[in-house]
Ligand binder design. Sequence first.
Ligand code: SF4
Ligand code: SF4
Length: 408
Amino acid sequence: MPPDSPDRRECVLCGCCLEGCPLLEATGREELSPRAKALLAGPSKFDAARLAEGDVAALTGLCLACGRCEKLCPQGVQVPALMAAMRAAHPDFRQWLWKQWITRLGPYWSLAAKGAALAPQAFVDTFVPAQFGLALKGLKGLRPGNGLAPWLAIAAFPVQAFRARYGDRPVALFDGCVGRGPRAAWGETARLLLKGLGAHLAEPRFSCCGSTLGVAGLPQEQAQARAENIAAWREAGRPLLATYCATCRKGLADYAGPGADGGLFADEAEAAAWAASLVPLSALLEGAKAKAGRGAPAIVGYHRPCHAEAADHDFRLLSSLLGPRLRTPAGGGCCGFGGVMQLSAPELSARVGASCWESLDTALGFSAAPEVTPAYVLTGCSGCVMQLLATAPRGARVGHWLEIIRQK
Ligand code: SF4
Ligand code: SF4
C-alpha cells in the first residue's frame, strides 16, 4: 500500500469536514457525515468486513462522492476513495448495482445515446420502479434536441494568447460519455471553439474517464479505462488535453494524483506531463469576446460543480462573456447527483437537489415571477446537467454552457 494511500490516513474526529457535506446539511443525520464514513472505512477503526452485505450496500450507497469533505480535511482523509474501496471489497454491492443499472436502466442509456425517443411516460409509470425515476428523468432530459437554444456569438477569440502559450501543440478534446453520446452537440461546439483559437486538433479515441467506475467500486474496470486513455494520448503525441466536464477533468487529473497507481505511466516524468497537459476548455477561451443575440435570458444562473477546479475557469469565462447577466449562489451547493446514490437513495439525492435549487432561487429570484424570469441555469459538468434536469422546477431551463454558443 503506498504511503500516501487514502486507506492509511486516519480521521482525528475534528469535524472540519462537516460543514461541507451536502448530505449532512440536507438531512441533519450525523451517521451520513464524512466523519462517520471515515470512522467506518478508515484504518483500524472499525471492522467493516463484519458488516452484512446489505449494510455495506446501504452505507456505501449513501455518499455523493462530491469530494467537498476531502477539500476541508486537515488529515487528507479521502472519504470518496474510502467508500469506493469499500464498495470494491464487497462484490455483492457491485453485483447489486450493476444488476439494477444494466437490467433496469441499461436500455434507456442506449436509447438515449442513439438519439431514439425514450419510452412513453405511460410505459415508464407502469414498468419502471419508482426508485429509478430520478435517474430516468435525468436521462430523458439529456435526449438530443432537448438542449438550450443558442444565443451567444463569439465575436473574437484570444488567438494570440493561445498561440503565445501553447504554440503549435495539438489539442485533443476529452468528450466524456455524455459528450460522446446523447449530447454530441457539446463536442461539436467545443471543436468549433478550438478551431476559432487556431488550435490543431488531435482526435485520439478516448474511453470513459473511469471516475464513475471507481466510485461504483469497480477498480479493475476503472484501471482499464485509465490505461486506454493514457495509451491513446501517448499515441497521439501527448497533446494538450482539453475538457469541458468538471468531473471528467477531475477523473483524468486523479490518474496522476495522490494515491494513484504509479504503474499507469512509463515514469514520473510522463505522469507529470499528463497532469500538465490537462486544461479546461474554458481556460483556453479566457479573453474571448461575445455578443448576446435573440433569445438571451435577462438572468442566467451558474451552478458550480463540486468537482470544478479551485479557479473555476467556467465561471470566469462566463462572467467575462455575460457580465451582470450571470448570477450564482454565494456558497455554491451540491446538485445531489452522486452517481451510485442517485440509484441507491434517490429520495436523498432529490432532497440535496431541492436544496441546490433553493439556493439558486435565492440568487436568481425565479420563483417570485416564473412567467417573467423563468429559471435558466448553466453548468459545466455532465452529471450536474443530468441531476439539475431531473430536479428542476417546472419551466426551468438547464444546460451545459456550450449549448448557448452559436455555431455560426
Ligand atoms: S463525498 Fe460529499 S456526500 Fe460523501 S461524505 Fe464527503 S461531503 Fe458528504
Ligand atoms: S474526515 Fe478529516 S475533517 Fe472529517 S472529522 Fe475526520 S479528520 Fe476531521
